[in-house]
Write a protein that binds this ligand. Structure first.
Ligand SMILES: Nc1ncnc2c1ncn2[C@@H]1O[C@H](COP(=O)(O)OP(=O)(O)OP(=O)(O)O)[C@@H](O)[C@H]1O
Ligand SMILES: O=P(O)(O)OC[C@H]1O[C@H](OP(=O)(O)OP(=O)(O)O)[C@H](O)[C@@H]1O
Ligand SMILES: [Mg+2]
Length: 282
C-alpha cells in the first residue's frame, strides 16, 4: 500500500482533503481519525501536522505527502518536491519597522524572529550574513512590537497581518511557496500507486483551474479566433449545418475566461458558452 501523509490541521488541511476526495480517495469521517485505510485504492492516509510531514516522508516511514514548499525546505529533510499543487500560494519574506532595513545585508547581528529558522539560516548563510534567530511558533509579526526581535521572517499572503503590526517587507523574497506533493528521494516516486495518485491529482488541478469554452464562428474568422485561445493540445473544430460556420471547443484557464470571451466576441464568435470541467485525465 502507498503510504500518504496528509495535513491534519492548518491552512493546507481543508484543500488537501478536498483534492484527495475529488481524486476518488477515501477521506476521514472526523478530525480525530489519524489513519485511514483506503483498501479499494490500495493507499493508506496518515493525518499529521504539516510541519512534520517532510520528516516522515524524508525518513522513508511514509512514501508521499502533501505539505508546503516552505515547510519542506525548512525541515532540511531528504524528501523531494514532486510537483506544485496550485494552492496556499504565499511568499516568505523579511519584514521590519518601516524604513529600518533595506536588504538582507542590513540584518548582520540583528535578532530575527521566525517559525522557519531553518529556511532563514540557509538564506542568510547564502548571503554571508550572521544574525541571531529567535524561534517562535506563530503570530511572529508581534515579536518586534513586543521587543523580542528587531525583524521577522514570515509567510506573507496579502500582507495584511504585517501591516496591522506596522511592519514592511524588505529585501528579495526568500521563497515563493505553495502546497506541494513530496516523495521520499530514494525511489519513493516509483512506488506502486504513485503514478495513479499523480495522474488523479493532475486531473483535479485541471478540473479546478480550467474551463471549457464553446463557440460558433464563421470559417473566414476561425484562425483569428484560434489565435485568441488555442486550447490545451489543440482546438476541437466541428462542422455546423451551415458550411460557412464551425463550432469550436477549447480549454482555457478559469481566471482568463472573461478576458478570452471578450476577445472571442471581438473577432466575431457567437453563442460563447463556458462549462465547468468535473474531472479530467490529461
Ligand atoms: N495566509 C496564508 N496564505 C497562504 N498560505 C499560508 C498562509 N498561512 C500559512 N500558509 C501556508 O501553510 C503552511 C503552514 O501550515 P501550518 O498548518 O503549519 O501553519 P498554519 O496554516 O499557519 O496553521 P496554524 O497557524 O494553525 O499553525 C505553509 O506552507 C504556509 O506557507
Ligand atoms: O499576508 P497575510 O494575508 O496577512 O497572511 C499571512 C499570515 O497568515 C499566516 O498566519 P496564521 O493566521 O496562520 O497565524 P500564525 O502566524 O499563528 O501561523 C501566516 O503565518 C502569516 O502570519
Ligand atoms: Mg499560521
Amino acid at each position: 500500500m502507498l503510504k500518504i501523509a496528509v495535513p491534519n490541521k492548518g491552512s493546507l488541511a481543508e484543500t488537501a482533503a478536498w483534492m484527495l476526495a475529488e481524486a476518488g480517495y477515501r477521506g476521514r469521517r472526523d478530525g480525530k481519525e489519524l489513519i485511514v485505510v483506503d483498501a479499494r485504492n490500495e493507499v493508506e492516509f496518515f493525518y499529521l501536522r504539516p510541519r512534520d510531514i517532510a520528516t516522515y516522508v524524508g525518513s522513508g516511514a511514509l512514501d508521499v505527502g502533501i505539505t508546503g514548499r516552505d515547510l519542506l525546505l525548512d525541515s532540511g529533510s531528504d524528501a523531494v518536491e514532486v510537483q506544485g499543487l496550485g494552492f496556499a500560494h504565499s511568499t516568505f519574506r523579511f519584514a521590519g519597522p518601516a524604513g529600518r532595513f533595506g536588504s538582507a545585508a542590513d540584518l548582520a547581528g540583528v535578532r530575527i524572529a521566525s517559525s522557519y529558522t531553518g529556511l532563514v539560516e540557509q538564506h542568510l548563510a547564502g548571503h554571508g550574513v550572521r544574525a541571531e534567530l529567535v524561534r517562535l511558533d506563530g503570530a511572529v509579526e508581534s515579536a518586534v512590537r513586543l521587543g523580542v526581535a528587531d525583524a521577522v521572517a514570515d509567510v506573507v499572503e496579502t500582507g495584511a497581518t504585517l501591516r496591522a503590526q506596522g511592519l514592511e517587507v524588505f529585501g528579495e523574497p526568500i521563497l515563493s511557496s505553495e502546497a506541494v506533493l513530496i516523495s521520499n528521494g530514494a525511489g519513493g516516486a516509483e512506488k506502486p500507486g504513485m503514478a495513479t495518485l499523480k495522474r488523479r491529482l493532475d486531473g483535479v488541478i485541471v478540473a479546478r483551474d480550467y474551463v471549457l469554452v464553446d463557440y460558433d464562428i464563421e470559417r473566414s474568422r476561425l484562425d483569428a479566433a484560434i489565435g485568441v485561445a488555442s486550447g490545451f493540445e489543440s482546438a476541437t473544430v466541428s462542422p455546423l449545418h451551415d458550411p460557412e460556420w464551425a463550432a469550436v471547443r477549447v480549454m482555457v484557464r478559469r481566471d482568463e475566461t472573461n478576458h478570452i470571451m471578450d476577445a472571442l466576441a471581438d473577432v466575431g464568435a457567437r453563442a460563447i458558452i463556458v462549462t465547468r470541467i468535473h474531472a479530467a485525465r490529461i
